[in-house]
Design a protein around this ligand. Structure first.
Ligand code: WTA
Length: 657
């Protein structure tokens, strides 16, 4: 498996990288940057590696601690502990800490609903709402360590809900509102959640996406949930409430007071679980803990986004993904910044919605995904040119490698050739940005995420874990712990060890293929395992396969990615039907919808191909590489000597016509 993937990442590399094209920082930007010189970055980086006690101790010293730590870092691979012995609270550091300063009246969140309404919540207002909701949690019997599932659209109440969980020491698990009832059920069961927080319906492209009915369905297959809190987004949504179990947000918030003292939690107290795709059918509950995550989220937001008090920062990610956790809510609020939150689609009512929002609120820092940029390119620059984007001073990308063409368009059309672009590489598991330029300092090369952040020791290695020479492709690993590192997979420490530390002893394996150039710049090429990035969303092929085989007509399925101009990857499923079943267009559609129902619309295969058999090795392993080649170019060029039945290939090809 790794063998073929490595070849694949090596092939990709030459086609996209252009080491010579370098964009140097603008001098004006550098002058007022938070970190003003390459020399300073290097000095800080060195200290973060050689003297972590001092470096990370100083950063953490900016926060409120109920009790100081006795030791900053303890690394017994694969187990990390940070700020040992300390007691703190993330919600306190996001809110209470700002109340004795002028930031009390500063906007914490500027929210725009898809229909166009605006809500501005100051730090004082957020504090009050979070305290009240923390009391709601207490009233419903949620205490320290309990898990709370949050299944909502992009409304400020989602931020209030998770900050309130952190306040009482409950562990939130946010489930993206685009996931199905089935996916929600699995996550609730895995986390053994006691409470679900949801809303009646969310708005997306002018349509209502009913969330509460999905919760009702999910709860038919769960036994741990005692209460459901429902935020009303739609005035006349007609949803049913189960007496005793379900509570309207606006009603239950009236029954509590607005005083709530933040619970003191240990540094390593669990903060959240976020489910993400892995190489088996079962999503992994990535567990993050309190203090290390807090410090890393704070520092990366401040340095990578060069955050200033007067900035308005917009990260377009949904809070259902890690990017939304760290750069819509926690990172900005730890910095006392103003974070913009938009509820809906980028092309509603027209394809200029994002540019309209930037112009309306005079946004300074804009952080989005390459897949969105490619969609903007397709929609046309006329939508951009209608608006004044002169407030922008910094742009960022995340989620997948950015192709240099999209980078150039972003640079010229959105950034008017004056805004630095930070291409930030990180993962749900890493909690915060790991490799990224620092704006105003790092010369950028389109397609490269450049240099490591403080405390991060990445390396590109071969299959044996040996560093490869500059310019060669290999596997991206991280050599040491960093504060916001995942601590385990919730409830499955064995899987955690095997998945991340099984291949390169003592090193964290990212699952990505990469290359380091002669300047030490990293070029991340994408996944080398069975995880695919579809429109910036991470999906496991095994998850989609198990959804397909759960359909009564399907005997076997194999899912691969095919490059896609907009989405990065498209999903192609090869399906073998049960003996008596007849392939048909109708069945293809039924299977696509079945996957949407099992996981969510994001996982719907773009293409389904029926085949009588799948190419397998003699030991019975599906040869995905061959399927990838067939899905992409229609032919197979690589080695097929281990193939068990050659006639399968012929049959697969003939299904194309
Ligand atoms: C990919 C999102 C190239 C990568 C924060 C990683 C990237 C996966 C970049 C994690 C980037 C993220 N350049 N690839 N700047 N950022 N990736 O967990 O494959 O949803 O392993 O976290 O996205 O996706 P996740």
């Amino acid at each position: 498996m790794k063998n073929s993937s490595q070849t694949q990442s090596q092939e990709n590399i030459t086609s996209v990288m252009d080491e010579k094209r370098v964009f140097h920082p603008d001098k004006e930007f550098t002058k007022s940057a938070n970190i003003k010189s390459m020399a300073l970055y290097k000095k800080m980086y060195k200290e973060s590696i050689l003297n972590p006690e001092k470096f990370w101790g100083e950063v953490a010293g900016e926060f409120h601690w109920f009790k100081y730590w006795t030791k900053v870092k303890q690394w017994n691979p694969p187990h990390a502990k940070w700020y040992i012995g300390g007691k703190t609270n993330l919600s306190y550091n996001c809110l209470d800490r700002h109340l004795n300063t002028w930031r009390r009246n500063k906007a914490a969140i500027i929210w725009e609903g898809e229909p166009g309404e605006t809500r501005i919540l100051t730090y004082q207002v957020m504090f009050r709402e979070v305290c009240k909701f923390a009391n709601v949690l207490k009233q419903l019997g949620v205490t320290k360590g309990d898990r709370v599932a949050v299944y909502m659209g992009m409304v400020p109440e989602l931020a209030i809900a998770i900050l309130a969980c952190a306040r009482v020491g409950a562990v939130h698990t946010v489930v993206f509102g685009g996931f199905s009832a089935e996916a929600l059920k699995d996550r609730i069961n895995d986390a053994q959640a006691k409470l679900v927080i949801t809303q009646d319906a969310a708005l997306r492209r002018g349509n209502l996406v009913y969330l509460k009915p999905a919760v009702d369905k999910a709860l038919e297959g769960t036994s741990t949930v005692e209460n459901v809190v429902v935020y009303r987004r739609i005035p006349d949504s007609n949803i049913s409430m189960s007496p005793g179990r379900d509570h309207w947000w606006h009603e239950i918030m009236q029954s509590v007071n607005d005083q709530n003292e933040a619970t003191q939690v240990d540094s390593e107290h669990p903060l959240f679980i976020l489910y993400t795709s892995g190489t088996t059918g079962k999503p992994k509950g990535i567990l993050h803990t309190t203090a290390g995550y807090m410090v890393n989220a704070y520092l990366t937001t401040k340095t990578v986004f060069d955050l200033k008090d007067e900035d308005i920062f917009w990260c377009t990610a949904d809070i259902g993904w890690v990017t939304g956790h760290t750069y819509v809510v926690y990172g900005p609020m730890l910095n006392g910044a103003t974070s913009v939150m938009y509820e809906g689609a980028p092309n509603h009512p027209e394809p200029d919605r994002y540019w309209r929002i930037i112009d309306k609120y005079k946004i300074n820092i804009f952080y989005t995904a390459p897949t969105a940029i490619r969609a903007f390119i397709r929609w046309g620059e006329q939508w951009v040119l209608k608006h004044n984007l002169s407030s922008l001073r910094l742009l960022g990308t995340v989620g997948e490698p950015i192709n240099p063409e999209a980078w150039m368009w972003y640079h010229k059309i959105i950034g008017k050739s004056k805004c630095p672009i930070v291409d930030t590489w990180w993962q749900t598991e890493t909690g915060s940005i790991m490799i990224s330029p620092l704006p105003g300092i790092t010369p950028t090369k389109p397609g490269s995420c450049t240099l490591p952040m403080f405390g991060v020791l990445p390396e590109v290695v071969d299959r044996k874990g040996k560093p490869v020479p500059a310019g060669s492709g290999g596997f991206l690993i991280i050599k040491d712990t960093w504060p916001s590192m995942l601590r385990t997979i919730y409830g499955d420490n064995q899987r955690f060890k095997k998945q991340y530390f099984g291949d390169y002893k003592g090193y964290y394996f990212t699952g990505d293929g990469a290359r380091k150039d002669s300047d030490g710049y990293f070029w991340v090429m994408g996944r080398v395992d069975d995880v695919i990035n579809v429109a910036g969303h991470r999906l496991g092929t095994a998850e989609i396969e198990s959804a397909l085989v759960s359909h009564r007509d399907v005997a076997e399925a194999a899912v691969v990615a095919r490059p896609d101009e907009i989405k990065g990857s498209a999903i192609v499923a090869f399906v073998t039907l049960e003996n008596t079943k007849i392939p048909s267009l109708l069945l293809k559609e039924e299977l696509r919808n079945h996957v949407a129902q099992e996981i969510g619309h994001i996982a719907k295969p773009d293409e389904i191909r029926f085949s009588e058999g799948l190419p397998k090795t003699r030991s019975g392993k599906i040869m995905r590489r061959l399927l990838r080649e067939i899905a992409t170019s229609g032919t197979v060029v690589g080695d097929t000597t281990t193939l068990e039945d050659f006639s399968v290939l012929e049959k697969l090809r003939s299904d194309e016509e």
